[in-house]
Structures are given as structure tokens and as C-alpha cells.
Design a protein around this ligand. Structure first.
Ligand code: NIG
Ligand code: FE
Length: 412
């Protein structure tokens, strides 16, 4: 049995209950055994047995945090929507564009035309940016294919991304993202077909959870419920794009189905927050979408705190509302726009993000958790949320192994 020891570091363990101060350990040590952490604590207290024949790594006074977790992305898609960005700057709104057949639908068209190899290549560039900032686990949603074959294509690409890159990916089926053109006048019939896609996609091993977009440009409460019923029948956890543009009571609905998370939540009501609290549902805040759509209504952070709803932060990386591949920028925006504390924000991309994905084996530095952690060129964890436009990631350890720094990928 051989151990690897990481020492000469300050640890932000983000352990539960230690929230007041990031679970900080000055002069800490991490003992890694295989893919797991065997021991975490103050170096002076490390049991002598671990030193026997151990490989020593000097962290040179780096700050070490858990690997970052991006729990809400739409990373696999074709094309981009810079044209719509221009339209918005010329006066159109996100909803106007969606209603005129642009928005999600234009990405659906581009995604359907793309091959798996093309989607893989485009998503790899985006993934590479996330990896460079210490992301070790992420979620990828489908929702730009909108037919069984096209959704399966995108979900397979997500599985391939995880096979070919040192990262773990949870796949979420978001068939109920928009109504595709062939069902334009019959959203209910489309929902029936979404319901029918879940079982075969699950049988192919392509999905880990089911999501829907419940809003006035998405699906209604009862359409969403049909999707959730089928997910529940198949034992798949659910989550929801809820109350982004209106209060559609999606959060309460999702909570009834024991949702892992409700995401966006700008228009969340007190009733919705209470339901989430009772169900243990995580609130996923998406400051990139809030910023890029120039929303003015903030998610009710104080209400979430009062009801002790855990808050995660994510990029929502997607071509329409958040063309962003920087989790560190989201930390900053969660603090500046949403007034989270740097400590809440860091928990939101570590321990709480793991909870939003239903993962119990990561998200904090704890014995028996996965050895996913990041060395940062900062002294204090607040610096991670404070600075923006820079990347102090020194190296990432994923499953106990130092991860190769991904090479810089250019656009052309
Ligand atoms: O999370 N709200 C729905 N879905 C995405 C946006 C998708 C798009 O505009 O392409 C979101 O914001
Ligand atoms: Fe989203």
C-alpha cells in the first residue's frame, strides 16, 4: 500500500459545518491513496504510518481547494448565436428572438446539422477552458437535438468527452427545452414524444437525470409534470429550469418530485423556496445568464438563506443566455451581482454543486472522498472570487493523479 502526500499548503477543505471559514487548515496535508483521499488535516497531526515509503509532493504554499464542479452546462451544441447578440443590441429581446424562431431553435438547427465529430470538437474547446480553471466534474445537458436520434447524438458526445478527457460528466436529458419545428403547433404531442424518449435513452446508458424548461417560452406546469412522472417511474432524478422569466410554480412542482436542483430562480416565490427547503433541493444560481440577458430581477438570495436552501453556482454554458466557459468569473459575479459571500460562492462550486448532481463522494476535502483537488496561486480563498479575468490555477489533481494542463486552444 503506498501513499502520496501533498504538504506545505493551506487547505480550504469546504467541509460541511465549517462554513464560517472555508474549513481552512493552515499548514495542512492531504494523503492520497489511489483515487481517494486517505487522510486530511494539519500536517503536524498526520499519523506517521502514512510517511512510510510515501511519494511527497511539495505544494509550495499553494492554496488547495476541492476540484471545482460546474453543475449546469449545455456544453454540446452546434454553431453560436453572436448574430442574436447583435440583434439584442439593436433592440430585440431574448424572448422576441425566441418567439420569432431564433433562440434555442436556431441552435437546434445548427446542432442537427453537425456530426458527432464536429460537436465533439466544438465542445472540447469549451471543456478545455473549464479544465484550465480546475473543473474536475461537470454536468452536460442535451436539449438542442429534440428528437430521439438527435438527443442521443448529443448525449453520446457528452459521454465521449468524459472518455477522452480527465474529467467526470453527468448527463442530463433536457428534451423538454423547446418545441422543435416539426411539432410547432402541437407542444403536447411533442411532450408525449419527450416522455417516450426517456426509456430508450436510459437503456442506452446515456442519461443520469432529467431536466425541463418550465417557463412561458418553455413548457407549462402540467407538461413538465408529465416528464417528471416518467423520470420518476424510471428512477431517474429530476431537476428544473425554473422561474427564470416568470413564476410558473416550477420550483414547487420539482420539489414534489424530490428534485436535485432548481436552476435560475429569478422569480422564485416564498412558497417555492419553502418547498425546495423541505425537499432538500439545491438552488443553482446562474449569474452568467443573469448578466448576459441583462436581467434586473435577482434571485431571492435572502429568502433562500432564510429557508436554508443550499446554493450552487454554475456557468450555464450555452450559446444563447450564457456563452461562458469560466467558472471563476461566475464566482465573482455571484458575489458582485447576487451578493453571495466568497465563502458561499466557493461552496457553490464545490460541496453544494456536488449535492446538485447527487454526488456524495466529492465536493470537499475529506478522507474517503475522491482525490480531486486544485492548487491555486493565491493565499486566501476569497481571492478566487475577488479577482476576475485571471486564472490562478497552478495544477489540478484528478482521481489522485496530476492532470496534464490542457493546451491552449485557439478559435481558428
Ligand atoms: O439555461 N433557459 C433555457 N435554457 C438555457 C438557454 C438556452 C439557449 O438560449 O440556448 C438557459 O438559460
Ligand atoms: Fe440552462
Amino acid at each position: 500500500m503506498s501513499f502520496e502526500i501533498w504538504e506545505n499548503a493551506r487547505l480550504a477543505t469546504m467541509q460541511e459545518g465549517q462554513d464560517a471559514n472555508y474549513g481552512l487548515i493552515e499548514d495542512g496535508a492531504l494523503v492520497v491513496e489511489g483515487e481517494r483521499l486517505a487522510w486530511v488535516g494539519m500536517r503536524a497531526e498526520m499519523p506517521a504510518q502514512y510517511r512510510h515509503g510515501a511519494v511527497l509532493h511539495d505544494a509550495h504554499h499553494a492554496l488547495i481547494t476541492p476540484g471545482l464542479i460546474d453543475c449546469h452546462t449545455h456544453l454540446v451544441y452546434g454553431g453560436h448565436r453572436a448574430n442574436e447578440f447583435e440583434l439584442r443590441l439593436n433592440g430585440a429581446s431574448y424572448e422576441d428572438i425566441a418567439r420569432a424562431g431564433g433562440g434555442i431553435k436556431s441552435t437546434v438547427q445548427a446542432t442537427r446539422l453537425a456530426t458527432e465529430a464536429q460537436l465533439f470538437e466544438a465542445a472540447t474547446k469549451r471543456l478545455t477552458n473549464l479544465l484550465k480553471e480546475g473543473v474536475t466534474t461537470l454536468e452536460v445537458k442535451s436539449g438542442y437535438g429534440l428528437s430521439l436520434a438527435q438527443e442521443a447524438k448529443c448525449l453520446r458526445v457528452a459521454r465521449q468527452l468524459a472518455q477522452h478527457h480527465p474529467v467526470q460528466i453527468k448527463n442530463t436529458f433536457l428534451g423538454a427545452h423547446a418545441v422543435p419545428p416539426e411539432f410547432q403547433d402541437n407542444p403536447d404531442a411533442y411532450i408525449d414524444s419527450v416522455v417516450a424518449m426517456i426509456e430508450p435513452l436510459k437503456a442506452e446508458g446515456l442519461i443520469d437525470a432529467v431536466d425541463a424548461f418550465c417557463d412561458r417560452i418553455g413548457f407549462t406546469y402540467s407538461q413538465t409534470e408529465k416528464v417528471f412522472k416518467e423520470a420518476q417511474r424510471l428512477n431517474l432524478p429530476v431537476k428544473l429550469h425554473a422561474e427564470q422569466l416568470t413564476d410558473s410554480h416550477g420550483a414547487s412542482l420539482a420539489a414534489q418530485y424530490g428534485a436535485l436542483s432548481c436552476d435560475h430562480l429569478e422569480w422564485l416565490s416564498e412558497e417555492g423556496a419553502a418547498a425546495m427547503s423541505k425537499a432538500g433541493t439545491v438552488a443553482v444560481l446562474l449569474p452568467g445568464a443573469f448578466y448576459f440577458l441583462r436581467e434586473t430581477k435577482l434571485p431571492p438570495i435572502e429568502l433562500l438563506r432564510q429557508h436554508q436552501v443550499p446554493m450552487a453556482i454554475s456557468t450555464d454554458s450555452n450559446p444563447g443566455s450564457s456563452p461562458c466557459t469560466s467558472i471563476l468569473l461566475m464566482l465573482n459575479m455571484a458575489c458582485t451581482f447576487m451578493r453571495l459571500t466568497p465563502q458561499e460562492a466557493l461552496a457553490g462550486v464545490t460541496r453544494i454543486a456536488a449535492q446538485a448532481l447527487g454526488l456524495k463522494d466529492r465536493g470537499s476535502l475529506n478522507a474517503a472522498q475522491r482525490a480531486d483537488f486544485v492548487l491555486w496561486d493565491v493565499k486566501h480563498p476569497a481571492e478566487l472570487a475577488y479577482a476576475f479575468g485571471s486564472n490562478p490555477c497552478l495544477s489540478t489533481i484528478w482521481g489522485g493523479r496530476v492532470r496534464e494542463t490542457p493546451s491552449v486552444q485557439n478559435h481558428h
